[in-house]
Write a protein that binds this ligand. Structure first.
Ligand SMILES: [Zn+2]
Length: 481
């Protein structure tokens, strides 16, 4: 029997095994040289392994022979190798002239004892330009792509090239784009990307970085075509915005515009971005209230674990109530201006897995003073959280729920009635009589603390929640914020 007469699934499995074996045997790394050779300077250049070859390139290399066999195998190989395509800006000139771009000949280059390190200039945009050319010339190749990433291009010119290359990607469901495409591309181009091709885009990720000084000052990049007002995000299921920038950052106004039509989002992620406040987040949450399953809003900066202020809601809306009223919301990680027991009070809440709330204040106690009433409100919040954890664990389909509340410089873990924080001052003040339950903590002060504007802390300790609240009531501790 001819191999092509096998059922497609079997043939496909055989080819996949072959490709994987080829990946194992082929070069999986790229080389670099230890330092750039300088004129009139003698030094021995060392060859080192610069990094792994990205998976999509490995898949491309591994199927090169398969592509040549017959039309059917060629089609299979394209589908296999081009599921995900990652286009990255080339950084720095390759300084090793002997090293070819053809990875299959790497073994030969390993025989060279003394690399000369001659600099070779490479156009940083070559990969993007090449992609545009290939996709225009061979639309069938572009049609195989399901997911694409673009990384390191954010000028007006490269944004146009990015969209040009996407034109023929009619099977695309997921794309990661530079944030500047929201400024440099018009509504028509966005409409084509979102719904104009074969299948509507489901995942949109916008990635922002700080541009170089030259790019930030270039007048050619400083324009905004304001496409968002007339684009429909109704088909989008997942929106992710990440990274901070100084060049035309994404703001609340952009989110208001997106929220007008983004009514079917299942996932909404905002990370490492400080140009959006809670108002923008709320607008999107409200628009997709009925479908939202995952909400992640951690404006944490990229440099570390410093959290900027989440912003204060401009109207006096109760956000705990809004979040509680999202019928499908399961995964939540959010920075809120304030939190209270209401967040956990709905019997039908679908929360599961890890739930993190970073709050600046307690609802109704925005003055931030450490009063008895505020302490009671905190206690009620923790009890309500515990009740919800129990309810989820004993529901018809039991679900594990782990809640962490970051508030007043401490981490509260209601499941274990634990509070993590730096209590050394209170310990000193009480002459060592308080607290009785102190243990070293595995949490904080860095890492998962999520504290606002706290940069220097002693090591954290763990005490019992009851003892913590008693300490606050005895004024040994403060929950002022
Ligand atoms: Zn509240």
């Amino acid at each position: 029997m001819h191999i092509n007469e096998l059922p497609y699934e079997v043939l496909s499995k055989i080819l996949e095994e072959t490709a994987q074996a080829n990946i194992r045997d082929g070069p999986t790394y790229t080389f670099g040289l230890s330092h750039p050779p300088l004129p009139l300077q003698k030094g021995v250049l060392q060859r080192y392994v610069r990094g792994p070859v990205p998976p999509e390139m490995l898949r491309w290399d591994a199927t090169s022979a398969i592509r040549l066999v017959c039309w059917r195998w060629h089609e299979w190989a394209l589908g296999y190798a081009l599921k995900d395509v990652y286009i990255k800006r080339w950084k720095g000139g390759e300084r090793w002239a002997e090293l070819s771009n053809r990875r299959e000949s790497y073994r030969l280059y390993e025989l060279i004892d003394k690399p000369t390190g001659t600099a070779v200039y490479r156009d940083p945009f070559a990969s993007l330009a090449h992609t545009v050319k290939t996709f225009t010339q061979f639309p069938a190749v572009a049609a195989k792509i399901k997911r694409m990433w673009f990384h390191g291009f954010y000028t007006a010119e490269t944004d146009r090239m990015v969209f040009e290359s996407l034109k023929n990607c009619i099977s695309l469901t997921s794309v990661t784009l530079p944030w500047t495409t929201l400024r440099h591309m018009d509504a028509g181009a966005w409409r084509t990307l979102l719904v104009g091709t074969g299948c509507p885009l489901q995942t949109l990720e916008l990635h922002a970085v700080d541009p170089t000084k030259q790019q930030a000052e270039d007048k050619n990049n400083m324009f905004d075509l304001e496409p968002l007002q007339s684009v429909n995000f109704g088909q989008l299921r997942r929106l992710k915005i990440f990274g901070d920038t100084t060049l035309m950052p994404i703001t609340d106004n952009d989110l208001y515009a997106i929220a007008r039509t983004a009514t079917q989002l299942e996932e909404f992620h905002l990370t490492c971005i400080s140009s959006i406040t809670i108002d923008g987040v709320v607008a999107v949450v409200k628009a997709s209230r009925k479908t939202l399953r995952v909400l992640e809003h951690s404006p944490r900066s990229q440099d570390g674990f410093w959290h900027p202020h989440p912003g204060s809601p401009s109207d006096s809306e109760h956000l705990c109530e809004l979040l509680r009223s999202c019928p499908k919301l399961e995964t939540l990680s959010i920075s809120l201006p304030s939190v209270c027991a209401d967040l956990f009070s709905d019997q039908n809440m679908k929360f599961a897995g890890d739930l993190q709330v970073r709050a600046l204040h307690l609802c109704g106690h925005e003055h931030g003073r450490s009063t008895l009433e505020a302490t009671d409100a905190l206690q009620k919040t923790l009890r309500q959280a515990r009740a919800l954890i129990r309810r989820r664990a004993t529901s018809v389909i039991p679900r594990e729920l782990y809640i962490e509340l970051f508030f007043a410089g401490c981490i509260f873990e209601p499941s274990y009635s634990s509070v993590h924080g730096d209590f050394s001052w209170a310990q000193l003040q009480s002459g060592g009589s308080w607290p009785e339950t102190v243990e070293p903590s595995g949490k904080g002060p860095y890492g998962s603390t999520g504290l606002y504007e706290k940069e220097e802390e002693g090591p954290f300790q763990r005490i019992d929640e009851g003892e913590f609240l008693a300490g606050v009531r005895r004024h040994l501790l403060s929950i002022s914020t």
